[in-house]
Structure formats: C-alpha cells, structure tokens
Design a protein around this ligand. Structure first.
Ligand SMILES: CC(C)(COP(=O)(O)OP(=O)(O)OC[C@H]1O[C@@H](n2cnc3c(N)ncnc32)[C@H](O)[C@@H]1OP(=O)(O)O)[C@@H](O)C(=O)NCCC(=O)NCCS
Length: 172
C-alpha cells in the first residue's frame, strides 16, 4: 500500500488497522486501533497532523488534509463516508460525515453529530452534538441524530475490514 514518509514525518498505523492497498497515506498521519482506510482515500499529513481515532472508517475517495496552522482530527467510532473532504477541522467521537460532504477550516462536529450527504459546512461552524448539518451552506437540524445509526455504520465497517483483511486478493 502506498504509505509514505515525508522527511522525518512518518505515518503511525497499528497492525490492527486495515488500510486498503490503493489508499494513500503520507506523512504525519496517526491512525487509532482498528481504524480503516478504503480505496482511493487520501490522507496527506504534510503541513501538520492528521489524527484518526479507533474503529473509525475513512471510506473510498475521502480526502483528509491539514494546514500549517490547522490539524485535522477525527475521533473514535466515526464513519467518514465516500468522497468527503475534511481539512483543518475537528470531528469528535461517534460522528458520521456524509457522502460527498465538505468540512472547511475550523469546523467542529461535536460528539454524535452528523453531516448530511453533499453538505458544505462553512469555515468555523460548530455542529452540535446529535445535530444534523444539511445543505449548502449547511444549516443545523438539532437533536435528530439517533446514535444507533452511527453505531451500526461503525460495526458494519469493522466487519468489512475483517472480511477484506481475510479475503482480498489482487488478480491482475
Ligand atoms: C440527511 C439524511 C440522514 C436523511 O435524513 P432524513 O431526515 O431521514 O431525510 P428524509 O429522507 O426524511 O428527508 C427529509 C428532508 O431532507 C431532505 N434531505 C435528505 N437528505 C438530504 C441531504 N443529504 N441534503 C439535503 N437535503 C436532504 C429531503 O429531501 C427531505 O426534504 P423535504 O422535507 O423538503 O421533503 C441522509 O440523506 C444523509 O445525508 N445521510 C448521510 C449518510 C450518507 O452519506 N450515506 C451515503 C451512503 S453510505
């Protein structure tokens, strides 16, 4: 799998993680236990640090970057769905970041929050705990997120990671 050091910056990937061979992980990227990174996801820790918590999935085509001033942090037990883009933001534990969404600088998604598919969360926005952020720019729907939905996503991806670890074979 393309995992790169950049100068002295080296990714930290515990052996319990699943990183698909077509994901790209560069520099100061720190994955928690049982985190997973799926095909064509890119985590580029060149300007500062990207942190991904335990059991969190970074799904296909997601792009995580950081800036010199702003690290990017995703907590434990999160689901970062396909094609989302996160830079210089904080996602606390137990959140779901929907497909194709964009989280801009200094966004904070509080524990148990959700970002809807296709939402653009404007710089500095706080998504409260259990709120759903929807639309462009994202507006809040308070207290609508059922934690069980996110927990099911986390469990699904833990199972998928194990299945891929056991059964993935390159055929070309
Ligand atoms: C927002 C979401 C959670 C659905 O929420 P919901 O409350 O069950 O949505 P509903 O289907 O009942 O629709 C409620 C309203 O929100 C709108 N809506 C639903 N999803 C939306 C989205 N992503 N962006 C904007 N509006 C959305 C619906 O059109 C509907 O509008 P209306 O009241 O004007 O008719 C879901 O669409 C979503 O974005 N999930 C994120 C997870 C994900 O990315 N999954 C991808 C597959 S892994």
């Amino acid at each position: 799998m393309p995992v790169y050091a950049l100068g002295d910056l080296r990714p930290v990937i515990p052996s319990s993680c699943f990183v698909h061979p077509d994901a790209v992980v560069i520099g100061d990227v720190r994955l928690g236990e049982q985190a997973s990174v799926w095909p064509c996801a890119v985590l580029r820790g060149d300007s500062s640090t990207i942190t991904v918590g335990a059991r969190t999935s970074i799904q296909d085509g997601a792009v995580l970057h950081c800036t010199t001033d702003l690290t990017t942090s995703v907590g434990a037990d999160c689901v970062v769905v396909h094609s989302s883009h996160l830079e210089g933001c904080v996602v606390e534990d137990g959140c779901l970041i929907g497909s194709g969404s964009v989280l801009l600088h200094r966004v904070v998604v509080r524990s148990g929050g959700m970002v809807a598919a296709g939402a653009v969360v404007a710089p500095g926005t706080e998504v409260p705990s259990r709120a759903l952020a929807v639309g462009v720019p994202a507006r809040m729907r308070p207290d609508v997120v059922d934690p069980a939905t996110i927990e099911a996503g986390v469990a699904n991806y833990l199972g998928l990671a194990e299945r891929f670890r056991q059964g993935l074979r390159r055929l070309d």
